[in-house]
Design a binder for this molecule. Structure first.
Ligand SMILES: C[S@@+](CC[C@H](N)C(=O)[O-])C[C@H]1O[C@@H](n2cnc3c(N)ncnc32)[C@H](O)[C@@H]1O
Length: 247
């Protein structure tokens, strides 16, 4: 994930201006397949400054096919975590959520879909430098989630706990920051949370914060001296009520 993808067109065509045209007659940075077009670059400036070249949908799917057991067919697939360090507009993250939701539909009884779909959202993490891309990623993920429930006749709008919990999980998991420095947009250490299931209490979650830096430190044997907030366990559709252990 986060690869600088090259479309079926040539790299030269991707890096061209939006008015230039490739040999196939296509504007540069655009690929067409199955009669759908995709814009893979927004501007030459953004490519130069941020390496912003989006991975074509077909390539996203091919890459996700390589991890089907973790995503949809293996044990505990709902809780397998995915992290996209340069989330862009969320093309990988949305495809990951879509596959997890489809697999939940196939493998669980309908009464479990709300809870399992929230654990699926909780398993997906991302960081993005540019605010417009970050918003697109979060909006796309929430739309995928609400569409899934609406298709299945489950109420999911801003008045429901289901929607609010998903929105809250996304705001905690998909962050505005710089993966390379480990800092968020306000210069603080990037902080995520694990959303652990509580043993023998289905539907309950225990939030456990951690910093991105702590994960990197762990691989070098460094101690984590951060002091984290402590949360009470709660039902996952109540997670937005953010009850701290001190309350
Ligand atoms: C090559 S695009 C890839 C987007 C998406 N992952 C994809 O494959 O289509 C790179 C994205 O990473 C973001 N980015 C660049 N440097 C970053 C950094 N240090 N931390 C987080 N995001 C970064 C850019 O803003 C851009 O949206």
């Amino acid at each position: 994930m986060g690869t600088r993808a090259i479309s079926p067109n040539t790299e030269e065509s991707l890096l061209g201006t939006s008015t230039s045209v490739t040999e196939s007659g296509q504007p540069a940075g655009v690929v067409t397949h199955e009669r759908q077009t995709e814009q893979l670059i927004k501007s030459r400036k953004r490519v130069k400054e941020h390496g912003e070249v989006f991975t074509p949908r077909r390539m996203v799917e091919q890459m996700l096919d390589l991890v089907r057991p973790e995503l949809e067919t293996g044990p505990q697939f709902v809780d397998k975590t995915f992290f996209e360090p340069s989330a862009g507009d969320g093309n990988f993250l949305i495809a990951i959520l879509r596959r997890k939701l489809k697999a939940i539909e196939r493998r669980y009884q309908p009464e479990f879909w709300p809870t399992e779909s929230l654990f699926a959202v909780a398993s997906i993490y991302g960081i993005e430098l540019l605010e417009d891309n970050l918003s697109a990623a979060k909006e796309g993920l929430l739309a995928e989630f609400t569409d899934f429930h609406k298709r299945n006749g489950v109420r999911c709008n801003y008045r429901t706990n289901l929607y609010r919990a998903a929105e809250y999980l996304l705001s905690a998991n998909i962050l505005h920051g710089n993966t390379l420095t480990g800092l968020d947009a306000s210069g603080e250490l990037i902080e995520f949370s694990w959303w652990n299931r509580v043993l023998n209490l289905p539907g309950l979650v225990q939030r456990e914060p951690f910093t991105l830096a702590s994960i990197r430190g762990a691989s070098t044997g460094a101690f984590d001296f951060e002091i984290y907030a402590v949360y009470k366990r709660c039902k996952i559709d109540q997670v937005h009520k953010e009850v701290s252990a001190d309350d």
